[in-house]
Design a protein around this ligand. Sequence first.
Ligand code: ADP
Ligand code: MG
Length: 398
Amino acid sequence: MKLKVGVIFGGETVEHEVSIISAVQAMEHMNEDKYDIIPIYISKDRIWYTGKMLMDIDVYRHFDDLKKYAKQCTLIKKDDSFYLQRTTGLFRRTITELDVVLPIVHGNNVEDGTLAGLLDSIGIPYVGSNVLGSALGQDKVVMKQVFKDMNIPIVDYTWFYDSDYAETPDDIVNRIEALGYPIIIKPAKLGSSVGITYVKEAKDLREAIEEAIQYDNKIIAEKAVENLVEVNCSVLGNYAYQQTSAIEEVKGKTDFLTYQDKYLGNGKTKGVKKMPSKGMVSASRIIPARIDTGMEEEIREIACEAFRALNLSGLCRIDFLIDSSTKRVYINEPNTIPGSLAFYLWEPVGKSYSELLDELITLAIKDYKARHKKVYSFETNILNGYSGGLKGMKGKLK
Ligand SMILES: Nc1ncnc2c1ncn2[C@@H]1O[C@H](COP(=O)(O)OP(=O)(O)O)[C@@H](O)[C@H]1O
Ligand SMILES: [Mg+2]
């Protein structure tokens, strides 16, 4: 019997389209002899759709047709099994059973733990990080607070809420300037470089803050790393064991990697029609990164520590900033569900994309079984003994 794998993607996030590309690409690499692949697409208005047609990238160019032909659905538990059930039509028919779910979502409202929470509350096994790990991975402030506690190297930073800036803008500006220019201003919980500004001098600071505030209520200001070299390393595993991938060096055209650099590269890949051949990006990447063995070791070690510190599991990509003149390495951020699942970092170490997906699905099921050996609930007569309270409930129980 084939394993029924639901691949969930999309969602109301600025990285919606990127998620579609990542998911279609993953589905193309899943071994159809082993898996029954069930695409589950969350539209920008948060409606869930399923249907084999959703495995074809062209479908997303004609949303009206997609709405007409794909089936609206929801995920439910019935008896001891999980199903996709229709949400339209006269009868709420089940469409298919699911054994495990593979979320390939990026950004707010999905990757930040919200989808993990939904899947956990239903109880279905899924690939990747749990609620806590996903949420920590999305908040650039809280993750740094955790890193600091674990002595994982981070850049100097300060943070504030939009309401703080509205009340005492001068205090906030002074606090940020104490970091020393150049400074990077970022929305704390976004992604894909949206709302981020590289500020070289005082005259541009307030505009950068106001830009970031448009996207998030929480803002982080970081000391910018100069002589910047950016490298990324993927980690696969769980809290008990980790493997690391090849390390890539990523090059942008400006002071920092823009959305254009990350997803559109030289501008040839407009829209989602043409699939980038190497991962998410046509941005120039060098694999392996041009760093010495000592630094490579350091990066692998920090990547695994960060993976554990943030309670991650499944697969992530950890991004680093290096000052090439001081040789100091800083962790920038994890991506708990990286674009293209960072498959292109595993190929050079001998794992094909199909094998990577096999490993992730196997790990998810194994970890799920291990978790379920822990005690989650126990028989109790607490409600039988709780007569007093029920009197108070009288009216409400009618
Ligand atoms: N402290 C920093 N110093 C120098 N460059 C930075 C710093 N933080 C971010 N960048 C640049 O900005 C890009 C986007 O920032 P990042 O924190 O990774 O946000 P996102 O979640 O949008 O990917 C990075 O890839 C890097 O090029
Ligand atoms: Mg990033």
